[in-house]
Design a protein around this ligand. Sequence first.
Ligand SMILES: Cc1cc2nc3c(=O)[nH]c(=O)nc-3n(C[C@H](O)[C@H](O)[C@H](O)COP(=O)(O)OP(=O)(O)OC[C@H]3O[C@@H](n4cnc5c(N)ncnc54)[C@H](O)[C@@H]3O)c2cc1C
Length: 494
Amino acid sequence: MGKGLSERPPTARRRVVVVGAGLAGLAAALQARLEGASVVVLEKTDEARSGGNTRLAGGTIAVPCGSGPWEKAAYVEDLVAKAGGRCNREVVEVLAANALDDLSWLGAHGARFDPATPIAPYRVNAAHIAPAQFVGMPAFLDALRSSFLSMDGAIAHETKAKQLILSGQGRICGVRAVDRDGVVDYLADSTVLATGGYAANRELLESFVDPNAGAMVLRGASWLTGDGLLMAREIGAGLTHMGGLASLHVAAVSPENPRYGIPDHAVPYCLSVNLEGRRFHDESRGYVANGKALLRQPAQRAALVFDEKIKQQPRVSKSLATFRRLGLPVIEADSLAELASRMNVPPARFLRTIEEFNAAVEDGRALSADPPKAALAYKVMTPRFYAFCPLIPGITSTFGGLMINSDAQVLEADGRILPGLYAAGEVTGGLFCDDYIGGSALANCMVMGRRAGARATGRSAGPDATVRSVPEQQGALEHVGLGSDVLLRQNRPG
Ligand SMILES: Cc1cc2nc3c(=O)[nH]c(=O)nc-3n(C[C@H](O)[C@H](O)[C@H](O)COP(=O)(O)OP(=O)(O)OC[C@H]3O[C@@H](n4cnc5c(N)ncnc54)[C@H](O)[C@@H]3O)c2cc1C
C-alpha cells in the first residue's frame, strides 16, 4: 500500500452498506432506500460485469402456484422435501409468503417477466425473466440499478470489501474496502452481505467438498470466491451446509458451452443415457440429481434422449430453443438405431434400454424400469428422435454459507446474533441441501434480499408473513436420502 493510501478518512456514516450488486444486494439496497435509509452498495467489479451469477442466470424464479394458503404451504413442503428435510424451514416459509408479492415489486422496479409455467412434478411455478432463458438478465440488473440510483442510492464499483469493522461494543459498524485509491472504511449502522457463492474458491471447494472438486467445470463467474463468507467467519459467523457434494448445485451441460448450454427444463421428461447406452437414474428427480448422477458414469458423459412427441412438452421445447439459439449440437435421427450411432453408444444396448423402458411405462410412471422413473414417463417411440449430446457435469452454484435466521441476521455457530450484520442470497447457507427446485436460488435472493434491506433499517414491517399451515399430503414429495460423494475428475476450462 503506497504512502497515504490508508490515511483516507472514513466515509460519512450511512444507515446501510450493502456488499455485492447481484439480485440479493440490489433487492436489499432498493428496499432499504425505500425505507428512507442512506444506502451505498460496494461492488468489486466494474459496472459491465457487476451482478455476479445473477447476470449469468437463466432467469427462472420459483414461486407458489397461487396466492392461497394451500399453494403456499405446498410450495414449502416441496422445497423442504427437495432438501431432504435438511433446511431452514422458517426461511422457506418466508419465501412462500412473499415470493409472489416480491415478483410484482420487482416488476414495479422495471423487471419484465414472461408468463409463469408449472415446474412438474412439483407444486411450484416458474416465473421467467423476459424475453428468454439467459437473455434478459443484464437488462433486469440495469432496471434494478437504475431504479436504485434514481432514488439517490449510491453504488461504488471496483470497490472490494475486505474486512468487517467491529465497534468497541461488538457491533458490526461497516466495511473496510479497497478501491483504486487504496483502503477506505464505509461506516454504517447495518451491513448486508450479498457477495454470492464460493464456487470459484478452490481452497473452499477442496477443503469442504472433495479434494478433486476444484478441478470441476465452473458455470458461474470466476471471481465469486466466498468473500462475504470469509469476512463474516473471521468475526465468528457460523457456516452451514458446506460439507461434501450435498453443498453443490451440479448440472449436466454441454461441454461446448457449460454456462448456458443446459437442458434443465427438459430433464424430467427425457431419458438420460450414459456412454454404454444405459439409463442410470430417475430423471423425474430433476436436473440437479441428474447432474450429480452423471458424476458416477463412465467418462462423466451422457446424453438426454427424447422423441417427437416428448418434444411437444413446453419445457422440452424451451430447452431445445435455448440450444438452437446458442448453436449447440442437438443430435437428430429418423430411427433409434441411427440416433445411437450418432451418439456413439452401442446401438444394441441402447435399443434394449429404450425397449425395456417403453414396456415399463404405465400411467405416466415406469416403476418396473431399471432404474424406475417415478413420474413424467413417456414412451420414446415417435420419430424423429433427438438427443442433447454430449453432456458433462458442471458446478452452477454453492448451497453452503452463512448461518442466518429468518430475519436475515447473521448468526454465530451457537445461534447468537451478530448485531448489525445481515446476509442474503448465495452467500447464505441452510436453505438448500443436495438438490433444489430450479428457480429457488433467485427466489431466495429476491425475498431474503428485500427482507435483509428492510430489517437492516430496523423495519419489522414490510415482508413479514410466514406460512405455517400444512397441506394435505397428496402429491407431496417424499424426503430423499443423500447419496455419498464421489471423486470428481472434470477439468476447468481456461
Ligand atoms: C449459469 C447460471 C445459471 C443460473 N440460473 C439460475 C436460474 O435460472 N434460476 C435460479 O434460481 N438460479 C440460477 N442460478 C443461480 C443464481 O444465479 C445465483 O444463486 C444468484 O444469482 C446469486 O445471487 P446473489 O445476489 O446472491 O450473488 P451474485 O449474483 O453472484 O452477486 C454477488 C455480487 O457480489 C460481488 N462481490 C463479491 N465479493 C465482493 C467483495 N468482496 N466486495 C464487493 N463486491 C463483491 C460480485 O462481484 C457480484 O456482483 C444460476 C447460476 C448460474 C451460474
